[in-house]
Write a new protein. Structure first.
Lengths: 297, 415
């Protein structure tokens, strides 16, 4: 039983990790960022490449991946998304295109493969990232086996959630972000630099995706299209939780993760997935705006 | 006579083209002293990782044959097409090779899905497909030469060995959810029961599934002695990693796999697979002069000093030689002539002697079992003394004495 709950908790934390960044970009800025999965992928590749070329260990790769993904996200905001605020369907198409471009950049090794140059760690193949051995050796506490790597993910997710909460609700920047979420025009009228704040918010959400990428790289496969499947899970959580609600995102990932875990253990993963989708559909029908949402805009 | 027919076809085609639209310009099969062959693998898309290596091995064999004087004094000219990891594209490109380029044979396909997609093209146009991958069997075509292993060549020594030598009686079967793992499971169950073992579960996960937490704790809770894994692709990596992260040692519950090759081992990190087993006819670790030279030549050819060799890729290589011998024996390169002479061709491949079965056009191969080490290489711990006869219908009761697929085609009454 504890093991089932642990697997559910672990699934929840991975969902939350992906959805956290997305809930900020989608929730706060009304951008359907289909390239979110690719920012996760970039984080994973940052970990792989920094391991090969800089000999950085896994823990140092976390802040580095945050920085790299945040920079890519900022560039994305400057070049594409900035021109599309308020046009939600257009952002979906544009960021989807960006996602494909990012995937191909990795797959074609930034175009170098056309010239016969092979960069180790890039290309269409599968990559692997080393995980420190003490994170792969399970141990027992009171007869309950603990998986250190999954526990580590849970802890990091918890810290990132607290950090995000602090930034959003306890800093003046966060107040500005929340003001923009409610009503960008009035926020601008009150003297908030909407463009600057939006750029930073987007970069922060992207950076969170990068951290998620490093953690996923430790037990999933690193390859150019790894992001595509994660972004769907992320959107499920955000939609169920309610757009723009941090608490909703946390609870939704907890709920969906546990449902997935319990059904996967009792029956199988394929059925569990179907049940999760069923629950999501039911919740959206019952509360179209998600579990927690505020009326505004 | 041959030349007459060939030139007649060519003139006829050219004539037809002149009448029809200019887009119907017939194949480039022009120059004298050249034989064109099709090479159709995915150069792009998700499967390109593996399929590129198959294409490379094919092209390397062609280059070697040309350097040694070609076939019947003619050079082989590969027409390379990209299947783009998409069965529909495979079908279109196969049609293009067969109809427009008029090649007498095509070396193609990695997945069963792509093979099934191109099969009608080869059967309707009576052309020859050379298919290098291990696959699930249950196919009998006069237009395909299969040079990879079928289930009996991967499992017939593997399962008795698991039960009798390793002493693992309770077996948990797990696979990706599509035809190959399901057919492999069918054959496995027959063999497990014959050898006095017991299968405790038969579970599947979607292709590409990467969340193995629940499945691995089920394996742990099932009380099994060993896992028989037919998991394919990138799921393999997540599976082995989760296995170790949950603290199951390969000593207690070894993973015995039919698909995990050098490629997946390299991608997951060798320490995760150390101690597990795989059954294949070919491993990079085969200790023979032929194989060492093969690996060296392949690395030189691809310009990658760390390039990995694996089973389907080795088959891609030696099947070109089998094709060459068949063309030489026939004296001409037409699909009918190649079909006549390919049966019974033998070749000293990197994995040892191989022979095309004249009855079902599958290939005799030597099953081997390897245990993976910390360095990502296998150690071969068990091998058949000689190549084993291919039985594509073994899951349905086919035996060497009672063949289902013969030169007369499939005897469907026996199914």
């Amino acid at each position: 039983m504890t093991e089932t709950l642990f697997i559910g908790l672990s699934l929840s934390s991975i969902l939350l990790l992906i959805a956290l960044g997305l809930s900020i970009t989608y929730g706060a800025m009304g951008v359907i960022n289909m390239a979110h999965g690719e920012l996760v992928m970039i984080g994973a590749y940052t970990a792989v490449l920094s391991g090969i070329y800089l000999n950085l260990n896994f823990f140092l790769a976390l802040p580095l991946a945050f920085a790299v993904s945040a920079l890519v996200g900022m560039a994305l905001e400057r070049l594409v998304i900035r021109r599309l605020y308020g046009r939600i369907i257009d952002t979906l198409l544009a960021t989807w295109g960006v996602a494909i471009v990012l995937q191909q950049l990795i797959r074609l090794e930034f175009g170098l493969s056309f010239f016969g140059i092979h960069v180790e760690g890039l290309g269409p193949g599968l990559q692997s990232m080393d995980v420190p051995s003490f994170l792969t050796q399970p141990f027992e506490i009171g007869g309950v086996p603990i998986q250190p790597y999954r526990s580590f993910i849970i802890v990091v997710t918890l810290l990132l959630t607290l950090l995000t909460w602090f930034l959003m609700y306890r800093t003046s920047m966060g107040t500005q972000v929340r003001a923009i979420m409610r009503n960008p025009q009035i926020a601008a009228a009150c003297g908030i630099d909407v463009r600057r704040v939006s750029a930073f918010t987007f970069a922060y959400g992207s950076g969170l995706a990068g951290v998620a990428g490093v953690l996923l790289a430790g037990f999933k496969t690193v390859m150019p299209d790894m992001g595509a499947s994660t972004v769907v899970d992320g959107f499920l959580v955000v939609v169920v939780g309610g757009v723009g609600s941090l608490l909703g995102t946390v609870l939704a990932s907890g709920l969906l993760g546990q449902i997935n875990g319990v059904f996967a253990i009792l029956f199988n993963d394929i059925l569990a997935r179907a049940v999760v989708f069923g629950v999501v559909i039911a919740i959206i029908l019952w509360r179209p705006r998600g579990l927690f949402s505020f009326r505004s805009r | 006579m041959t030349t007459n027919r060939r030139s007649f076809l060519k003139t006829g085609a050219a004539f037809g083209a002149a009448l029809a639209a200019p887009s119907l310009i017939p194949g480039r099969a022009g120059a004298a002293g050249e034989i064109e062959v099709g090479v159709l693998f995915s150069q792009t898309g998700g499967l390109s990782i593996v399929e590129k290596s198959l294409a490379d091995a094919t092209l390397m064999a062609i280059e070697e044959i040309n350097a040694a004087g070609g076939v019947n004094g003619m050079t082989i000219k590969p027409v390379v097409e990209d299947g783009a990891s998409d069965p529909k594209t495979f079908n279109e490109k196969a049609s293009k090779l067969v109809l427009r380029d008029r090649v007498p044979s095509v070396f193609a396909c990695y997945t069963s899905a792509s093979r099934k997609a191109v099969l009608p093209v080869f059967e309707r146009r009576n052309n020859m497909l050379f298919y290098p991958t291990y696959y699930e069997g249950f196919e009998c075509s006069k237009n395909v030469v299969y040079t990879g292993a079928v289930p009996n060549q991967q499992l017939s020594n593997f399962i008795p060995w698991m039960i009798n030598t390793l002493g693992k009686k309770k077996i948990f079967i797990v696979g990706s959810n599509y035809i190959y793992p399901r057919e492999m499971a069918k054959v496995s169950k027959i063999l497990i029961e014959q050898n006095g073992g017991e299968w405790v579960a038969d579970e599947y996960l979607e292709l590409g599934h990467s969340e193995w937490g629940a499945m691995v704790s089920k394996i742990k809770a099932s009380g099994c002695d060993a896992v028989l894994s037919n998991v394919v692709g990138d799921s393999v990596i997540a599976f082995y990693r989760e296995f170790r992260n949950q603290g199951i040692s390969q000593e207690d519950i070894p993973i015995c796999a039919t698909v995990t090759s050098e490629i997946e081992i390299a991608a997951m990190g060798a320490e995760y697979a150390a101690g597990s087993y795989t059954s294949f006819p070919y491993f990079q670790a085969i200790d023979s002069e032929e194989n060492r030279s093969f690996i060296e030549r392949y690395r030189a050819y691809t310009g990658n000093p760390n390039a990995v060799t694996h089973h389907a890729m080795e088959s891609s290589y030696f099947q070109v030689y089998l094709w060459k011998q068949a063309v030489e024996a026939a004296g001409e390169a037409s699909p009918d002539a190649i079909r006549e002479t390919i049966g019974g061709q033998t070749f000293d491949a990197p994995n040892g002697k191989v022979m095309v079965d004249p009855e079902n056009l599958h290939t005799y191969l030597t099953p081997r079992i390897a245990q993976w080490g910390e360095d990502g290489q296998g150690t071969i711990i068990e091998a058949y003394d000689e190549p084993v006869e291919p039985l594509p219908y073994v899951a349905y009761g086919e035996t060497p004495e009672n063949l289902f697929c013969t030169t007369d085609g499939l005897d469907s009454a026996k199914l």
